[in-house]
Design a protein around this ligand. Structure first.
Ligand code: SAM
Length: 225
């Protein structure tokens, strides 16, 4: 288990040293990918009356895109430096950003008391928490959802590890990943076979699962991203 402070130190370190150069945030992606891929998968399942939380929103790239499709959007983050970037670079009248550590269910409860049930969008957050912390993160998510909210999440699966290993063997380590490792951030994965354990059927109703893509800023020599 990694302590919550360790995540804060690593991620605040990462976000506070960004220089704004293209490609430095490895998982950043043109929101057009998300518009084509993610939106059709969850929009019809989500109550549009509820606020939408982009949990672990990073620099707000995806939050900004979500705000074009949902009336009220909130980006939440462990790292104040990321919130600052998001507020500066990805502001919109219907977006608010705030610090929230997903490993503090009581804070999630307090937010729920403030805004009520919410839909939650989560891209590439759970996989970078230690597996021992997944249950706590999901407790927080459950509190944010309440009874009416829908969670859409997209994470690195077990297929990601061999894929990255093959890419690194073929082309060398992708630029942008080195910066992640410098801050002792260790990407993991969410095993798709564990979904029922993580989201027990007596607490969650599984609406859909499937394979999708997390695009990055990195382009392969073949031209693929
Ligand atoms: C791989 S990035 C993805 C960012 C964003 N969702 C995106 O797709 O661009 C993971 C994000 O999770 C945030 N994060 C890490 N641990 C967290 C925690 N305990 N609570 C909330 N956010 C966390 C990091 O600061 C980082 O911005």
């Amino acid at each position: 288990m990694i302590s919550a402070n360790r995540y804060l130190t690593s991620w605040e370190g990462f976000w506070s040293t960004l220089a704004g150069t293209p490609g430095e945030v490895f998982w950043d992606a043109d929101p057009a990918h998300a518009a084509q891929q993610d939106l059709p998968l969850f929009q019809d399942h989500s109550d549009p009356q509820l606020p939408l939380i982009d949990l672990g929103c990073g620099n707000g790239t995806q939050t900004r895109f979500l705000a074009d499709h949902f009336a009220r959007v909130m980006g939440t983050e462990i790292a104040p430096a990321a919130v600052e970037i998001a507020r500066t670079k990805n502001a919109a009248p219907n977006i608010t950003y705030r610090v929230l550590d997903v490993l503090r269910p009581d804070d999630a409860q307090a937010l729920h008391e403030e805004i009520g049930d919410a839909n939650v969008y989560m891209r590439a957050v759970l996989h970078q928490l230690s597996p021992a912390d997944h249950t706590t993160a999901i407790q927080s998510i459950e509190r944010l959802l309440g009874t009416k909210g829908t969670l859409y999440f997209i994470e690195l699966s077990s297929a990601a590890e061999p894929y990255f290993a093959q890419l690194i063997k073929q082309y060398g380590p992708p630029p942008g990943l080195a910066r992640v490792f410098q801050h002792a951030i260790t990407p993991g994965m969410v095993n798709e076979n564990d979904l029922e354990v993580l989201f027990p059927p007596d607490r969650f109703t599984l609406l859909d699962t499937g394979q999708s893509h997390i695009h990055t800023v990195h382009t392969l020599p073949t031209g693929k991203w």
